[in-house]
Each structure stands twice: as C-alpha cells, then as structure tokens.
Design a protein around this ligand. Structure first.
Ligand code: COA
Length: 317
C-alpha cells in the first residue's frame, strides 16, 4: 500500500499589504524588502476571519479537487500556531463545519514546518491502517503575531490557509517522509502566548533573523539530501522543489544544493510572504492549479520553522 495526494486547495484573504504600505508603517523600503527577501506583497486577514474560517475554505477546495465527500475523511489535522482558542481546536471547528463527525481531529503546532509535519503524520496513519483519507490543513495568521512597529518581522509574514486530501493508494505516491526538531535553537525564533488577563502587548514574534537564516540554509541542505536518500532518488529525479516560503535567498540556496533551475521551484512568497504552516500547501496548490505540476511529476516538499522544527516529503504526484 502507498499514499497519494488526491487534491489540494488554498485560501488567501482579500486585503493586500504591499511594500509601499509597509513603508508607511515602519522605517523600510520596497527595494530593501525585495532585495533581502523577494517579497512584494502579502495578504492580511480581516478582523472577522480566523484560522478555522480560512482553513475551512481551503479544506472545501481540497475536498472538491480530490472529488472526496467530507464523510469519507477519517482524520482531520490542522497545523497552526495562531488559532484563536486553545480548544475546541481549529481542526475540530473545521470538521464540524464540514459535517465530519466521529473521527479524530486535532491541531498540530510545529510553526512553519506544521504542514509538512501533518503530511508525515497523515502518511503514517494511512500506512498503519488507521485511516484511508486524511484532511491536512495548514492555516496561520502571522500578521497578528508580529509587532506592527518591528520592521524586522512585520515585512515577512502574511495570512492564509492551504489544504490537502492524502489518501491510500495502490500506486506511489509518497516516496519518503522525514521530520525532526532541535530544541537548542528555540530562543532564536519564538512566539509566546499572552498571559491570562493581559492585553497581549509584548507577546509578539521574536526572531534573530540573521542566525535563523544561516541555520535554515544549513538544515534544509541536510534535510533535502537525507530525504532523497530515504526515497532512493537523486536530485536528477526531481521535477519540482516545493519549498517553505520564508526568504527567496533561502529557497535559492536549497535549489542550488539540488542543482535545480529556479524554473523548477514553486515560488509564491513574492505575492504571499511567509504564511507559516500554510506556505508549502499554498505553494503546492498554486503549482498544481497553474498547470506547472502535473500527475507523475516528482516533487520535494520541505519546510523549516521555530523550534527549530523541519520536515519534508518526497512525492510522486
Ligand atoms: N528595512 C530596512 N532595513 C532593515 C529591515 C527592514 N525591514 N530589517 C532590518 N533592517 C536592517 C537591520 O537593522 C540591519 O541594519 P544595520 O546593518 O545597520 O544593523 C540591516 O538591515 C541588515 O540586517 P540583517 O538582519 O543582517 O539582514 P538580513 O540580510 O539577514 O535580512 C531577514 C533579514 C529577516 C530578511 C533575514 O535574516 C531572514 O530572512 N531570516 C530568516 C527568516 C526565516 O526564515 N524566518 C522564519 C523561518 S520560518
């Protein structure tokens, strides 16, 4: 038995925040942001939107693409670190709104590696016979987690949700998965929950950007090499890299390590920024819906985030 991607979906809020908008918020410039990150604009959720409401739309689109009835889903995973409540979880809320009942549903916190962690878990649950079809969602509202006065973080992040239905299959499918964490670097990238009774001031995302950048490049190089080894493939077998969308320079370094031309890399961060746990799912959905990624293509999905956490999937689409 194998697992296969049956369908994907995505959702981006309507409001666009451009680099020109950020020039009015903090001491920065369009040129600096594009040169250092590759980002031109990102989407910002409206006050009435939540991680669950964004995830629900992405999930509906993934179910439709997978030609799957919500009643066929055996497990709902929502990767997020910005849900509006601890419980009921965003996954349970999404399941409820889809009419999915009597199956496990839970949120998964692995920061920007969340969706890839969810993929690894969904694959394992199907391979162990505990599920046939799993709905994996990555949804985050990082714009609210960043200090609007901190130019080193507010420029990077956007809001959005991506989703996928992964199903049991007679043909491959998922060729290898890998996930890991290294707690020693936790202080370099953190997001505290506000203490009860506080108004949340001071509980914004903290990032030592330059150090995170260096660790991300090194860890991702090791991750993609290991994942190819696990799947008994080489970089020559890859059609597309579907990377976490944190910084174009990090993505380019990983592509170079894999000897891939940038035309073989799905890049969405120019229009979306870093959407944390939604990023890989949104990039994959964009690659598929634009017609660039086709059935039979070999893909490498990878992500890296706070913790540090990192995860990957080598996939025949
Ligand atoms: N506009 C203008 N100048 C800025 C700025 C901004 N938005 N943000 C920082 N700067 C300044 C700094 O203050 C610094 O000035 P100084 O030299 O006078 O001290 C200078 O630009 C260089 O800062 P530095 O942090 O070294 O820049 P960088 O090239 O590392 O780029 C990031 C900063 C954040 C874009 C980059 O480090 C990065 O992408 N890090 C990893 C992000 C990531 O992967 N995050 C999460 C993983 S999920």
């Amino acid at each position: 038995m194998f697992t296969k991607i049956l369908g994907t979906g995505g959702y981006l809020p309507q409001q666009v925040r451009t680099n020109a908008d950020l020039e009015r918020m903090v001491d920065t410039s369009d040129e600096w942001i594009i040169e250092r990150t590759g980002i031109s604009e990102r989407r910002i959720a409206s006050p009435d939107e939540t991680v669950a409401s964004m995830g629900l739309i992405a999930a509906k689109r993934a179910l439709e693409a997978a030609d799957t009835d919500p009643g066929e889903i055996d497990l709902v995973i929502c990767a997020t670190t910005t849900g509006d409540k601890a419980f009921p979880s965003s996954a349970v809320e999404i399941a409820g709104n889809l009419g999915i009942n009597g199956v496990p549903a839970f949120d998964l916190a692995a920061a920007c590696a969340g969706f890839s962690y969810g993929y690894c878990l969904a694959h394992s649950m199907i391979m162990s016979g505990q599920a046939r079809k799993v709905l994996i969602i990555g949804s985050d509202m990082m714009s609210r987690a960043c200090d609007p006065k901190d130019r080193t973080t507010i420029i990077l992040f956007g809001d959005g949700a991506g989703a996928m239905v992964l199903g049991a299959s007679d043909e491959p499918g998922t060729l290898a998965v890998h996930m890991s964490a290294d707690p020693q670097f936790g202080p370099l990238l953190s997001l505290k929950n506000p203490p009860r009774g506080s108004n949340g001031d001071g509980c914004y995302l903290y990032m030592k950007g330059n150090d995170v950048f260096k660790h991300a490049v090194v860890s991702l190089a090791k991750l993609v090499t290991k994942t190819l080894e696990l799947g008994n493939l080489t970089d020559k077998d890859l059609d597309f890299l579907v990377p976490h969308q944190a910084n174009l320079r990090i993505i380019a370094a990983t592509a170079k390590k894999l000897h891939l031309d940038m035309s073989q890399v799905i890049v969405t961060l120019d229009k979306q920024g870093n959407t944390s746990s939604a990023s890989v799912a949104l990039a994959l959905d964009e690659g598929i819906r634009s017609g660039r990624i086709k059935r039979g293509n070999t893909l490498l999905l990878e992500s890296f985030g706070g913790g540090f956490t990192w995860a990957s999937a080598l996939v025949r689409y």
